[in-house]
Design a protein around this ligand. Structure first.
Ligand code: C5J
Length: 225
């Protein structure tokens, strides 16, 4: 067991039973012209974490620990997109509309893809999810069971939406989850701060948080396994 200096108390990382879940680092959320920007958001905040998420992925790859990527999106016929989701807000582009990066949040379109810097490599699992949580209507639970994972390290966007929803789903399924503070981001800094507090309050009611440096320090010197 590796002890990671975390909030609200050390996170017990179990090598061989820990998977990294990188949530929705897609062009549609991170780059201009996508879904995130169409909702009026400044995407530069999200772009800024790409190098840190890259370092986190590299740490897992170097040790041969599993890396799982998720993508939020829908089938081209929108059969898996509830009208309530498509109709929400007042975006300049709705889900399925044609934008600068193809149809917004539709499988296979350029905007649906993960940013080049964080692209999955052969052997890594990619979970396509129609909802905010990565367990809902996906095979993530089965994949984690197959891997024997009991502990999750979590990163990605946005902190208070898909990241927090996924952590809550995982928590209810019995996973111990560590969110990497500088490898997650929100369009709203106050929402990120509040989400981190909600996760760690009441004795890690949803999970733990720590900066990437704490994880790097904890695993430093350990042989890849
Ligand atoms: C949102 C996400 N914010 N990945 N999706 O709609 O957090």
């Amino acid at each position: 067991m590796i002890s990671v200096d975390a909030t609200p108390f050390p996170f017990p990382l179990s090598p061989g039973h820990t998977a990294l879940v990188v949530i929705d680092m897609q062009r549609d959320f991170v780059e201009p012209g996508g879904f995130g920007e169409s909702l009026g958001n400044d995407v530069t905040r999200l772009q800024a974490i790409i190098p840190t998420v890259g370092r986190l992925i590299a740490l897992f790859r170097e040790r041969g620990w599993p890396v799982i990527h998720t993508r939020e999106g829908h089938r081209p016929d929108l059969g898996d997109c509830p009208p309530a989701k498509r109709g929400r807000g007042n975006p300049t582009l709705r889900i399925g509309d044609h934008g600068p990066m193809g149809r917004v949040l539709i499988h296979g379109e350029p905007g649906h893809g993960i940013v080049d810097e964080l692209a999955p490599i052969d052997g890594e699992i990619v979970i396509d999810k129609p909802g905010k949580g990565a367990f809902y209507a996906t095979s993530l639970g089965d994949e984690l069971a197959r891997l024997g994972a009991t502990h999750l390290v979590v990163a990605g966007v946005t902190t208070e939406v898909c990241v927090q929803t996924t952590m809550r789903e995982a928590n209810d399924r019995g996973f111990d989850c560590l969110l990497i503070e500088d490898a997650t981001e929100s369009y709203f800094p106050e929402f990120k701060a509040a989400a981190l507090k909600m996760i760690t309050a009441q004795g890690a009611i949803v999970g733990w948080t720590a900066p990437l440096s704490a994880l790097e320090t904890a695993v430093a010197g350990r042989a890849a396994a």
